[in-house]
Write a protein that binds this ligand. Structure first.
Ligand code: ADP
Ligand code: MG
Length: 648
């Protein structure tokens, strides 16, 4: 199996190439897991074939009997010597035969029903299992996998491709077994009626095989392409839904609609061309089998006239069998079609299932409950893509309970640093130690639970406020939810909502303001009572009033917790015990806010731009037109004003 190098990660085009043989073996392996159900359905289809043969044979007998009565021909050859009692009138015999045909038809209908139900039950079970497997795997995949921007493709794989894979069971395997079984049984039956006629009628069969192979080659590449186009279509749809505001704001609705239509159109034309090929092929195959009828009438007719073949059990039954043969052969086209679509989809599904889990814990993970002593980055380097380092040689040690702020220009790697602590990614060099133990030695769930992370832009689920807050602790009661909300300064605005804690949160929190979402996210992190709090620019997107509220909330919740606070707000930075300046992935300064005024020009500039201004939080780094030059003493004054709480 070709794994890591050709994986999905970091690649635009991502087909891990599986050989057809490999895919078939794995699909058969899947079928083997459901072998009992497969066998049951196949046997039912076998019974159906036998019932078909029986009713056809009985009808033939009826014709032979009538012929012997009406035209004084020879008496029919009763099968296995079971003749009707000699006392029966011809009418009674005919009625008995018709009754038997009817019984056969009824039984056939019953078995057909049972087979359809069993087959549907099987395929739904397989589909459920496949989707569950894909979902489970997605939960364990690293962020690296998602960074390659394949979420639309994944949606398509879990929805469409999984369905095509399960079609391998009922649409290919079982149908193929049924067709083979049918053809063999028919063949044996025909041989037993007349060997010469059978061979003459079926002489063209090898041509069917050649035709199927040709058809299969013609549609194979098209199916893979169809799934890829499906990805593109889902992507356009998903991005439009998520970016609806932008689309509308920039008045691009019409263009986006055209784009979506184009994506749909390419799928339509491809599917249509597959359908066209199938539609040419199917009648051709049908035609071939119908030619056999000519042979039957000519050669078979002669045999009847010569008295070598009976009209009913011979010619009539043969005609029926040839018709059935043609129908079964027509199925082969469908099967070949399904095989190709199943194989193309199987490659895409197995690709997800085989994607390696990047973040692993050691064989004997150590359980931890938060930070007792220290949290340390030791010479940590990291890059999302090889050869493009985002963090270089970061060494930083936090004592338990300390609050360290990280600041620096956009793109300097601040958020990345927090992600490494959560083990969303692992460093490419150096290590991160929790109480002296490297993170990979610790239980992953414990590491993640130990650190509460509030993102810059927090994702909320479309459920109620209370459920969103209790996301990480579903067993939390209302009291705990409220406590967390109070700590996050969210209780007040929640109480003002019409349904309070039971108010619905729109998709992605659409009906809440940025500051409200931010405080909900804070409450959601707090309810887990994390010993480490990671706040990523929690005050970047809010108005000064809200910023103050959030800052107060943060101050409250920081107590007793080890906190890493990412921010470019001077006022927020002053709350920290220590500030670290990160520039282009390297630590360029480290110290108390006061010390940094002298040590870091970047921090000094930030302080100048943001303190002493009329609007305390209005001027952000780099965007102010007229920076105010303040003396160091004045700046020190604003630092200590900001960090009052530390003295308390
Ligand atoms: P900051 O939070 O300091 O603004 P980030 O840590 O978000 O910076 O990003 C640091 C660098 O890493 C940036 O150059 C950014 O383009 C890059 N980066 C961030 N996330 C990813 C990602 N998922 N894949 C690839 N590159 C990324
Ligand atoms: Mg960031």
């Amino acid at each position: 199996m070709s794994v890591a190098e050709s994986g999905l990660m970091g690649q635009q085009k991502s087909e891990r190439s599986y050989s057809t043989g490999h895919l078939l073996v794995r699909l058969l392996g899947l079928a083997f897991r459901y072998r009992r159900a497969c066998v049951v359905v196949t046997v039912m289809h076998g019974v159906l074939v036998l019932l078909n043969l029986a009713t056809l044979g009985l009808t033939g007998l009826g014709i032979d009997f009538l012929q012997s009565q009406a035209l004084h021909g020879s008496a029919p050859r009763w099968p296995a010597g079971i003749a009707p009692p000699s006392g029966w009138s011809p009418l009674q015999v005919v009625l008995a035969l018709s009754g038997a045909v009817l019984a056969g038809a009824l039984a056939s209908a019953g078995v057909k029903y049972a087979a359809a139900i069993a087959s549907a039950a099987l395929s739904q079970r397989v589909l459920l299992q496949l989707r569950t497997d894909i979902y489970a795997r997605l939960q364990r995949l690293s962020f690296r996998f998602y960074d390659s921007g394949q979420s639309s493709s994944i949606i398509n794989r879990a929805a469409g491709d999984a369905n095509n894979v399960r079609a391998f069971l009922d649409g290919v395997l079982i149908r193929m077994l049924t067709v083979v079984l049918t053809l063999v049984l028919y063949f044996v039956y025909m041989l037993q009626v007349h060997v010469g006629l059978t061979l003459a009628c079926l002489a063209s069969t090898p041509l069917l095989w050649v035709g199927s192979v040709l058809f299969s080659r013609a549609v194979q590449p098209a199916y893979l392409r169809a799934s890829e186009l499906g990805d593109a279509m889902v992507r356009t749809l998903v991005e439009n839904l998520q970016g609806m505001q932008v689309v509308k704001a920039f008045a691009r609705t019409a263009e986006q609609a055209v784009k979506f239509q184009a994506a749909n159109e390419s799928i339509r034309s491809l599917k249509f061309s597959i359908f066209q090929r199938m539609s040419t092929f199917q009648p051709l195959m049908g035609l071939l089998t119908q030619l056999n009828m000519l042979i039957l009438i000519g050669y078979g007719g002669r045999l009847v006239i010569q008295g070598e073949l009976s009209l009913g059990s011979g010619l009539f039954v043969f005609a029926g069998l040839l018709q059935e043969f043609a129908a079964q052969v027509a199925h082969i086209t469908g099967i070949v079609n399904s095989v190709q679509s199943s194989l193309a989809s199987a490659g895409r599904v197995f690709e997800v299932l085989d994607e390696p889990e990047e973040i692993r814990e050691s064989g004997t993970p150590v359980r931890v409950r938060g930070v007792r002593d220290s949290l340390e980055f030791r010479g940590v380097s990291f890059g999302y893509v090889p050869d493009q380092p985002v963090l270089e040689d970061i060494s930083l040690k936090l004592r338990a309970g300390e609050c360290v702020a990280i600041t620096g220009p956009t793109g300097s790697g601040k958020s990345t640093l927090l992600m490494l602590l959560k083990r969303f990614y692992d460093p490419t060099g150096g290590e991160i130690l929790l109480d002296g133990r490297p993170l990979p030695d610790l239980c992953l769930a414990d590491v993640r639970a130990a650190a509460g992370l509030v993102f810059q832009d927090s994702f909320l689920f479309s459920s109620t406020i209370a459920e969103n807050i209790a996301f990480g602790a579903p067993e939390a009661d209302r009291e705990a939810v409220e406590r967390a909300a109070r700590s996050a300064s969210a209780h007040e605005f929640i109480s003002r909502l019409p349904a309070g804690y039971d108010s619905p949160v729109g998709e992605h929190g659409a009906n809440l303001s940025g500051g409200q979402r931010q405080r909900l996210a804070l409450a959601r992190a707090l309810i887990m009572q994390p010993s480490v709090l990671l706040l990523d620019d929690a005050t970047s997107a809010v108005d000064p009033e809200t910023e103050l509220e959030i800052r107060q909330a943060i101050e409250r919740v920081m107590r007793g917790r080890t906190t890493i606070l990412v921010s470019t707000r001077f006022s927020t930075l002053c709350q920290a015990d220590r500030v670290v300046v990160l520039q282009s992935g390297r630590i360029t300064a480290d110290g108390t806010p006061e010390q940094l005024l002298e040590r870091s020009t970047w921090f000094r500039r930030l302080a100048e731009l943001q303190s002493g201004a009329a609007d305390p939080a209005g001027a952000d780094t780099g965007e102010s037109g007229a920076p105010k030059t303040l003396s160091l003493t004045e700046l020190r004054g604003s630092v200590s004003a900001g960090s009052r709480r530390r003295a308390a």
